[in-house]
Design a binder for this molecule. Structure first.
Ligand SMILES: NC(=O)C1=CN([C@@H]2O[C@H](COP(=O)(O)OP(=O)(O)OC[C@H]3O[C@@H](n4cnc5c(N)ncnc54)[C@H](OP(=O)(O)O)[C@@H]3O)[C@@H](O)[C@H]2O)[C@@H](O)CC1
Ligand SMILES: [K+]
Length: 505
């Protein structure tokens, strides 16, 4: 799914009306009905509790007023508060004029902070103050309304389209924003939803489909995408032909593990195999030999001359992809051995953990990496590699520029992992959950991406698919159990189900 900026979103709205021959009021009605359906589908929604709607005078307010109408028509007790920061827009007025005359719908205007109601009964707050038309920080009385809503801790808060005060495309420093529990965003996700520093403000978010013009969406030029199920399904064909054999699916090499960290090598190897690679060789220090042979019998083992860690300048020819770094440690000679790998292969290298830390100490090696190599840092490793950032928008810009400059994929791990590509595109993952923030989760990702890369499906497909499948396996693993109990092996154990759910093969 494309991620559009404020201007493009507005253009698509306009084009939708033209292409589908509908008025702006009809488009708003469509949005209002979809918002209502979504809210009514929440199992926690209690039609016997009051709903407090705070509506601004723009079209976001119009959505809120329309929602108030549908809820009141159903018999829900609705209290509507008008926050008119300007003359109401035409569609906003239309919504006001079509409110039902019901005894359980009350209307009141807020014009100064003292007008803010006492919300002494537990209910639902709908934030429809400002939407995607916000163009500056909220000030004055509206700032005080936002602050008052943020103190209503016993009420659940749903923001319509975007939490009021948040800009869809950029970070407004020190701006006051509604802190939503859930954001129901209309049409497409907004770019700012992917800034980790705003995560607590947005809460959980759901895209409300209002059937925007496909032709208009197609025409929008963007470099930002949301990596969701329909997108990834179109990205690769994993079906196996009758006469295919293990040689068809590539040979991967994983260089991982050291004394006390052989678990990392096992986790990566098992995930690599579960991702469909034909052959796997694991290069490990001498103490790792029996461990690997017993734990991962499907893998071949190449043994380093060093007892405890990766040290030998090995022959890396003949492999289709190489993953390196999980638990390799940082002993004498590791740097030279890593540089030898970098300089003696042209296949994509997947670099993780200690390999990234070594890279951070040798910034000039970035230019030596084979084209289309993949770095998989978490934010701490990213900082060691590329320095600290002013805010998340700047960090994403830098990630994108580095990918283009060095011809690398950078997989910046976290909620909605961001993947920047050598072609300048950036993808935000839709799968995964906080239970995956556990030891070894990154090692499984390295294994998956290396296994997919080896299958010659194109590095970009392998990287996007790998990140998506890793998250989905985590989501399937957590079903029916607590996120806090999750371990990385659970991810590996659900890879088969994740591939099947995605590709039915
Ligand atoms: N288009 C469609 O067809 C559909 C749209 N939909 C809905 O419309 C929403 C977008 O509507 P919108 O463009 O009216 O923007 P919205 O955020 O309601 O109002 C902003 C207005 O406030 C002003 N303003 C800005 N910042 C300010 C500030 N800090 N403090 C004070 N004032 C400020 C600014 O005017 P200005 O003062 O700059 O002249 C601007 O006019 C969108 O989020 C979605 O919910 C859906 O129904 C689907 C169909
Ligand atoms: K809002």
């Amino acid at each position: 799914m494309k991620i559009l900026n404020q201007e493009q979103m507005h253009w698509v709205d306009q084009q939708t009306m033209i292409d589908q021959r509908i008025s702006s009021t009809e488009l708003m009605e469509r949005a209002v009905h979809e918002l209502y359906k979504c809210i009514r589908s929440f199992t926690w929604f209690d039609p016997l509790s009051p709903v407090f709607v705070f509506a601004g005078s723009g079209n976001n307010g119009g959505d809120g007023i329309g929602l108030a109408r549908l809820l009141a028509e159903e018999g829900v007790e609705v209290h509507l508060f008008y926050c008119d920061y300007s003359e109401p827009s035409a569609d906003n007025l239309h919504m006001r004029e079509h409110l039902p005359h019901r005894k359980y719908l009350t209307e009141k205007s807020i014009t100064n902070p003292a007008d803010f109601p006492t919300l002494d009964r537990k209910g639902l707050i709908i934030d429809a103050l400002f939407g995607s038309g916000l163009n500056r920080p909220i000030e004055g009385v509206w700032r005080s309304v936002v602050e008052s809503i943020n103190t209503q801790h016993t009420n659940r808060v749903i923001s319509i389209d975007i939490p009021s005060g948040m800009h869809p495309d950029k970070i407004l420093e020190n701006a006051v924003c509604i802190h939503a529990d859930i954001t129901l965003t209309i049409g497409q996700p907004k770019y700012s939803f992917f800034f980790p520093e705003l995560g607590d403000i947005i809460g959980d978010w759901v895209v409300i489909d209002i059937k925007l013009s496909e032709a208009a969406l197609e025409k929008c030029d963007t470099h930002m995408y949301y990596l969701d199920a329909p997108f990834i399904k179109g990205y690769g064909d994993l079906s196996r032909k009758r006469f295919s054999h293990k040689g068809t699916f590539g040979h991967a090499l994983l260089i991982n593990g050291s004394y006390g960290k052989m678990g990392a090598a096992i986790l990566a190897a098992r995930s690599c195999l579960r991702s469909g690679v034909g052959l796997l060789t694991c290069h490990v220090p001498r103490i790792g030999y029996p461990i690997m042979q017993i734990s991962v019998p499907e893998s071949m083992v190449s043994v380093d001359q060093h007892e405890f860690y990766f040290h030998t300048k090995i022959d890396v020819s003949g492999y289709d992809a190489i993953g390196i770094g999980s638990g390799i440690d940082h002993g004498n000679g590791v740097c030279e051995a890593l540089l030898h790998v970098i300089q003696n292969t042209t296949v994509p290298l997947v670099l993780d953990a200690d390999a990234l830390n070594i890279l951070a100490e040798h910034a000039d090696w970035l230019g030596k990496l084979p084209r289309n190599s993949i770095l998989t840092p978490h934010p701490g490793e990213f900082k060691r590699l590329f320095g600290s950032w002013i805010n998340d928008a700047e960090k994403l810009d830098r990630q994108r520029n580095l990918s283009r400059q060095y011809g690398l994929f950078i997989v910046l791990k976290g909620a909605n992992t961001s993947i920047s590509c050598p072609d300048g595109q950036i993808y935000f993952n839709s799968t995964g959950n906080p239970g995956m923030a556990t030891a070894g989760s990154g090692d499984t990702l390295t294994g998956i991406i290396t296994g997919l890369c080896a299958q010659n499906m194109g590095t970009k497909s392998a990287v996007l698919m790998g990140v998506y499948i890793h998250g989905l396996a985590g989501d399937l693993a957590v079903k029916g159990q607590s996120q806090l109990s999750m371990v990385s092996s659970d991810i590996t154990n659900h890879l088969g189900a994740a591939f099947y759910e995605t590709f039915q093969t």
